[in-house]
Design a binder for this molecule. Structure first.
Ligand code: EPU
Length: 337
């Protein structure tokens, strides 16, 4: 257990935050001992994974930060075309995806290059380019933070939704995920229809891409649009794409015929928050420390030297302006701590 640790390197926005207590878990078995410690019992706790989806709103975290760093990837079963792979929570997500692609296993390739760790992936059901974690998620092992009891959650029990799961809703703050099992396939089933994947592949002479070529293309497409958190502080998409009623969408479409949209179940329509933010004139806006990324308006960035409050204020101003201009509420995807 360490005290007064600077978390600047552990949050992708790169804000300097001091944690009162800090412990790194390298093996899930260490948790038993941790659970008996007075700091664990008495302090407020924060489970930290890659720190890629959080915004500390204060410069001091008055509690215990538990950093999950347990490693290990193994094949659980390999039968016919299906391979079940178990990854420990502290494994780096993009490295895990690359390893699966190199083994010729299909199911997570479109989620390439998303910064973060395996244990956090189910919490917000990470998604990109027409694929979500839930599509290959078989089950996870989690530990109840009060009783220390282990529980297996299967896909259904996780109640996955768009950037959501039971770990973000009903059971928020109650469980710590220690490992995740994925159901992957040896059979090719590439998802190329989202956004500009196909046009990128065609431009690069890959009309019939291999798994590795698709993986590398996704990495390149992401790199072209999204800032590398090691270079510019950010937490990926800052807001969720809002889902609105069909009537509201139709009124909006009359005014803006070019508005991109995706049909959702129950006659609802999802519209890209990035488009709304750009249309409201925010894209590329910045002051000395923080701003709206010039290549993707959904990403708020920290250029350095700023405070979390600067991002909080910027986000509020953007939300207000989207509400005024389009009558739409946009909600943060990033977790405020
Ligand atoms: N758009 C604009 N201006 C912008 C940004 C986007 O007009 O500044 C338009 C684009 O032209 C496009 C549409 O909005 O027509 C959607 O843009 P994009 O494909 O870049 O995706 P997104 O909806 O902005 C979502 C995810 C990303 C994921 C991409 C690709 C959310 C909140 N975000 O972004 O996920 O990588 O799709 O699948 O759903 C993340 O969650 O952190 C994240 C990066």
């Amino acid at each position: 257990m360490k005290t007064n640790i600077n978390l600047q390197a552990y949050n992708s926005f790169g804000f300097p935050v001091t944690a009162k207590y800090f412990v790194e878990i390298n093996d899930a078995r260490e948790l038993e001992r941790l659970f008996r410690m007075p700091e664990y019992k008495n302090e407020k706790r924060l489970i930290l994974s890659g720190g890629n989806n959080i915004l500390f709103t204060d410069s001091f975290f008055d509690g215990l930060v538990i950093l999950m760093n347990n490693k290990g990837i193994k094949t659980v079963t390999d039968e016919g075309d299906t391979v079940i792979v178990r990854a420990q929570a502290g494994e780096d997500w993009p490295e895990f995806v690359k390893k699966m692609v190199e083994k010729g296993l299909y199911g997570v390739e479109n989620l390439a290059h998303i910064p973060g760790k395996v244990g956090a992936a189910p919490v917000q059901n990470i998604g990109a380019y027409g694929m979500e974690l839930k599509d290959s998620f078989l089950k996870c092992e989690a530990i109840h933070l009060e009783t220390g009891r282990k529980r297996i959650f299967d896909n259904k029990e996780c109640v996955f939704g768009y950037r959501s799961s039971i770990f973000k809703t009903m059971l928020k703050g109650q469980y710590l995920i220690t490992s995740v099992d994925f159901r992957l396939s040896k059979q090719a089933d590439l998802k190329l229809d989202y956004g500009n994947i196909r046009s990128y592949l065609n431009e690069h002479g890959m009309t019939n891409p291999t798994l590795l070529q698709l993986h590398d293309a996704i990495c390149a497409i992401r790199d072209a649009k999204l800032p590398d958190p090691k270079v510019i502080g950010n937490a990926g998409s800052f807001f969720k794409n809002p889902v609105i009623k069909a009537e509201q969408f139709e009124t909006l479409q009359q005014q803006y015929p070019e508005i991109p949209h995706y049909d959702e179940p129950n006659g609802k329509v999802k519209v890209p928050a990035g488009w709304l933010i750009e249309r409201a004139g925010w894209k590329g806006w910045h002051d000395e420390h923080v701003g709206v990324y010039e290549k993707q308006a959904l990403v708020l960035v920290h250029y350095g030297g700023g405070k979390a409050q600067d991002v909080v204020d910027l986000a509020k101003n953007i939300q207000k302006s989207i509400k005024e201009k389009f009558g739409i509420e946009i909600a943060p995807e990033v977790n405020y701590i």
